[in-house]
Design a protein around this ligand. Structure first.
Ligand code: C2E
Ligand code: MG
Ligand code: MG
Length: 677
């Protein structure tokens, strides 16, 4: 161990000669006290030829008489040999163990591992590689890795990879590739170069992770931020991006751009009568139809609700805008068959043109919106180009909406009443309550203007309840004042009939005001019934069973058919004033009214006509067999006071006077025509 050659003298040499100079202090400890074999000291000995030897030493015996010490030192290399291993062998074995562990990890990991030689040809792959890529080892070994081709396609990615490999021998990136089956998958690839001591590349190791799910999640999130999930059209965010992008492009190239706002007419009604699910189906179908009306480079977006928009960049001639608009109007107006229901909507479209009408996105948006409202005002189902005076109209609408919300609290509403008379007897059968808004700020505003805004602003239920309560209270008062029983009629919004609480609202009001349900009439429009929505059928049946009289208002303007009426508990059909208006000059209108009356009677319904303005109209209606009439000629809507007078006179006039004397009204020469009804 110490390299002492046989025959050389060493007895008598100082012990320090055999100890490494740095460890002499440690060695002295061995001499000074007993060091047990269980706790040996580590030190280095020095061999004769200058090698150092790592040993552990202990004092085997101490001081047998003359201070003799026996030190035993064990070569540490020798200790390893007690495990039958040399140090080298131990190292090798450790390395082999590590390799086996690595192999096990590589076998079982779910990341694909690929080893390639210095020429980048595959030498081995693990099972996860086959699982992810679909390629068996023998299909790839000896060839360039499959990701090589995919990487090459993306120039920037490929260059970056080359640079990184060159500089730091490592690269990581994410990209889409194809599995053997042809299916796309997203992979995260990291490649490391394995070099020898001289820095020469021996091998490459590549790790491939399948990150398709994560990518899909990311893409879904990005999609959700930019697209409307219902129609799959771009949403407002992406719309604004595209608009700004297209505007910048038009500015550079001096091109024109058309911006179109589309709002569906009657969509609210579909939603209110057929329910939201059917409403959603309609929006999806509308989106599909819209997509068929535009060019490739155009963007259609859904801004929310039933509002859509179309960006038309590179618009050579604004007249092309009207062509597209007309195509859209036609496409959207076709009937919708949704989940077994038939529904109809139309569209109102506003168009504005860059740079003629405005040069910023916000400016154009405002313009298109204003033009769209003009289209609504023009009777819907049409398109309008933006003109400068439109800004005023938009302002007015906003003012109206804000004032309406305030008016609710400020008691600016009132009811006027218009009687409906039996055509034979001239008796008042009912009085219709019509809402009036006398705004302190804006003056008197027509219901045709404010009722749609009221419905849009979600006030229909609240105001509707107010109307029923006020009308019933008034009726109760008339009765207390001694007026003969008749009916008081209120108009309903589609929303009210659909709302589940509506029935209980009616019941409560009737109870609180003490009005017999038989004295209440509700007027609904046929569009509210265009569905066979069970909610509405049930609501109507319940109201009818309570004894409430049900009238169908504005008949002939909507989409239902007389046959359709059979399913609903309708007591009276009210022919729309538009037919009555032309009745004298137009034989066609007469035929329509005749048909309505005949069919109405065959279904056992009463038929009324509204908007009667002349004696001529009245006599024709009488001849055709109409049951009831209403209109300016008979009596316009009046506030409570004057109407009370009218009712009193009417009642008095109707009463048979002894001796056949005419009634009070007739005597005074007022409302003389009423007696003739
Ligand atoms: P409507 O229920 O069909 O009422 C008839 C409309 O025709 C009333 O207009 C009435 O003033 C008007 N009118 C009556 N006689 C004649 C006539 O001889 N010739 C002409 N040209 N018109 C006549 P108004 O009061 O402006 O109401 C318009 C519409 O607003 C009503 O049509 C009704 O749909 C709605 N409305 C009114 N009050 C209410 C209400 O309290 N609730 C709801 N939901 N809607 C209401
Ligand atoms: Mg009415
Ligand atoms: Mg009407």
């Amino acid at each position: 161990m110490l390299g002492i050659k046989r025959g050389t003298k060493f007895i008598g040499l100082p012990w320090v000669e055999f100890v490494h100079t740095d460890d002499i202090a440690v060695a002295q400890k061995l001499l000074r006290r007993k060091v047990p074999a269980s706790k040996p000291l580590a030190l280095r000995l020095a061999s004769r030829d200058g090698h150092e030897i790592e040993v552990e030493a202990f004092s085997a015996s101490h001081g047998k008489g003359d201070g003799e010490v026996v030190i035993q030192a064990r070569d540490l290399t020798a200790r390893m040999s007690t495990g039958k291993l040399t140090r080298e062998a131990a190292d090798r074995r450790r390395a082999e163990g590590n390799l086996r562990l690595a192999a096990k990890v590589i076998e079982t990991t779910n990341e694909a591992v690929l080893i390639a030689d210095a020429k980048f040809r595959v030498t081995s792959v693990n099972p996860a590689f086959t699982e992810i890529t679909g390629y068996q080892p023998d299909e790839v070994i000896g060839k360039k890795p499959t990701f090589h081709k995919a990487l090459r396609k993306d120039k920037t990615l490929f260059t970056k990879m080359q640079e990184d490999m060159e500089k730091q021998g490592h690269w990581q990136g994410e990209f889409w590739n194809k599995r053997k089956s042809g299916e796309d998958y997203a992979q995260r690839l990291s490649i490391s170069a394995i070099t020898d001591e001289t820095g020469k590349v021996q091998q490459y190791a590549a790790l491939i992770g399948d990150i398709t799910k994560r990518k899909q999640d990311e893409e879904r999130i990005r999609y959700q931020a930019n697209y409307d999930s219902l129609t799959e059209l771009p949403n407002r965010t992406l719309f604004l991006d595209r608009l700004n992008f297209d505007l910048a492009r038009m500015k550079r190239g001096q091109g024109k751009l058309g911006l179109m706002f589309i709002d569906l007419d009657g969509f609210k009604l579909v939603n209110d009568t057929l329910g939201h699910e059917v409403g959603d189906l309609l929006l999806q179908e509308a989106a599909r139809r819209l997509s068929e009306c535009v060019r490739r480079g155009d963007t259609i977006a859904r801004l929310g609700g039933d509002e859509f928009t179309v960006i038309m960049p590179d618009l050579e001639d604004p007249r092309n805008g009207s062509m597209v608009a007309q195509r859209i109007l036609d496409a959207l107006a076709k009937p919708y068959v949704l989940d077994g229901h038939e529904a109809f909507v139309s569209a109102s479209i506003g168009i504005t043109v860059f740079p003629d009408d405005g040069d910023s996105a916000s400016h154009l948006l405002r313009n298109a919106d204003a033009a769209m409202y003009r289209a609504k005002d023009q009777g819907k189902a049409n398109y309008q180009f933006f003109t400068v005076d439109l800004n005023e109209a938009v302002k007015e609408r906003v003012v109206l909406k804000n004032s309406l919300i305030k008016a609710r609290k400020g008691h600016e509403f009132a009811l006027h009443y218009q009687p409906k008379l039996a055509i034979g007897s001239g008796q008042v059968t009912s009085v219709e309550a019509l809402m009036r808004w006398n705004s302190r700020k804006l003056g008197a505003i027509s219901p045709a203007k404010f009722i749609p805004i009221m419905e849009e602003s979600g006030m229909a239920m609240e105001m509707g309840e107010w109307v029923i309560r006020t009308a019933c209270t008034q009726y109760r008062k008339w009765r207390k004042e001694g007026l003969a029983p008749l009916r008081v009629a209120v108009n309903l919004s589609a929303r009210q009939l659909r709302e589940e609480s509506f029935i209980s609202v009616v019941e409560r009001v009737l109870k609180q005001t003490g009005v017999d349900p038989k004295s209440l009439e509700i007027e609904i429009t046929e569009n509210m019934l265009m569905s066979d929505s069970t909610n509405i059928v049930v609501a109507l049946d319940t109201l009818h069973d309570m004894g409430i009289h049900i009238s169908m208002d504005d008949f002939g303007t909507g989409y239902s058919s007389l046959n359709h009426l059979r399913q609903f508990p309708i007591d009276t059909i009210k022919i729309d004033g538009a037919f009555v208006a032309n009745i004298v000059s137009n034989t066609e209108e007469i035929e329509i009214i005749k048909a309505i009356i005949t069919m109405g009677h065959s279904l056992n319904r009463r038929v009324a006509a509204e908007g009667v303005e002349t004696e001529g109209q009245l006599s024709i209606l009488k001849e055709l067999g109409c049951d009831e009439v209403q209109g300016y000629y008979l009596c316009p809507p009046k506030p409570v006071g004057p109407l009370t007078e009218f009712l009193q006179e009417k009642t008095a006039g109707d009463m048979p006077k002894p001796g056949g004397q005419p009634g009070r009204a007739a005597r005074r020469g007022k409302k003389a025509h009423i007696a003739e009804v």
